[in-house]
Design a protein around this ligand. Sequence first.
Ligand SMILES: Nc1ncnc2c1ncn2[C@@H]1O[C@H](COP(=O)(O)OP(=O)(O)OP(=O)(O)O)[C@@H](O)[C@H]1O
Length: 284
Amino acid sequence: MLKGLGFNGDCIGDRRRFCGGGGEPVTLTNVRGLDQGREEETILSPEPKAITVRELCFAYGGQAPVLDSLSLQVAPGERLGIIGHNGCGKTTLFLLLCGLLKPSAGTIELWGSPLQPGKFLPEVGLLFQNPTDQLFATSVWDDIAFGPQNMGLSAETVAQRVTQAAQLTGVTALLERLPHHLSGGEKQMVAIAGLLAMAPKIFFCDEPTASLDIRARRQLINFLGQFQETLLISSHDLEFVLEVCDRVIVIDQGQIVADGGAEEIMGNQTLMVSHGLEKPYSLR
Ligand SMILES: Nc1ncnc2c1ncn2[C@@H]1O[C@H](COP(=O)(O)OP(=O)(O)OP(=O)(O)O)[C@@H](O)[C@H]1O
């Protein structure tokens, strides 16, 4: 869970600066396909991991470590579910991976380059647990446009990005509305549209189904099912994780205690219970 943005002085900068994106048009299916330079590089040399974390440690303001020598690799295009009991450090890990928190020790690389905490990350999108944390403009259009505008794109390109992102997330009819008058599910889809408008290459979703009803949850599953970039989802909605993610890690006591196929990990009753989790109903 996100405990506000006052991270005892460990938090770096403004969240909107980090909900960045790449330079490509917004589509669910062709974002990587459009990136021909990267395809050519792939032929010449193996593509670096999207995320490489080595011995990552973090503690909030002199408290006990939340993350304790955690190491992780995520391949480009992988869909990784992050599960664990309340307070195990899932949100903290996302904030570190976005450069919003600075590690106490250890290293983080995105596509083979060291992450510099506090630096603008044009290709990383973080969907906050509470969509209200992400919306602040006086119209949905302005909210979705905020990111592309801050990337220095032309007014025409910004308008295109807003239109495309709104279509992809099904919020076109809401574009003139006040974000704070929307329902929880509508806010969530608008927040996603705002991130997509920046064409992120890595998308972190923190508890994305928390405020969604069954229909909106299904819409999100369908949506993320088509998303082709690297996707990391932290959630207590294990059925959701099962549907969207291929791989799952379990975090406990600051470390990854299990890592494998989603069904393999979440179907293991002993493992799940021993880390304060329950086997999803559909795997019983
Ligand atoms: N700003 C903060 N200052 C001090 N401690 C914090 C802060 N934010 C989180 N914590 C603590 O760090 C630990 C990890 O919190 P975090 O939100 O990362 O866990 P989580 O796995 O996302 O939890 P949940 O499943 O409940 O959302 C918790 O013990 C929490 O109380």
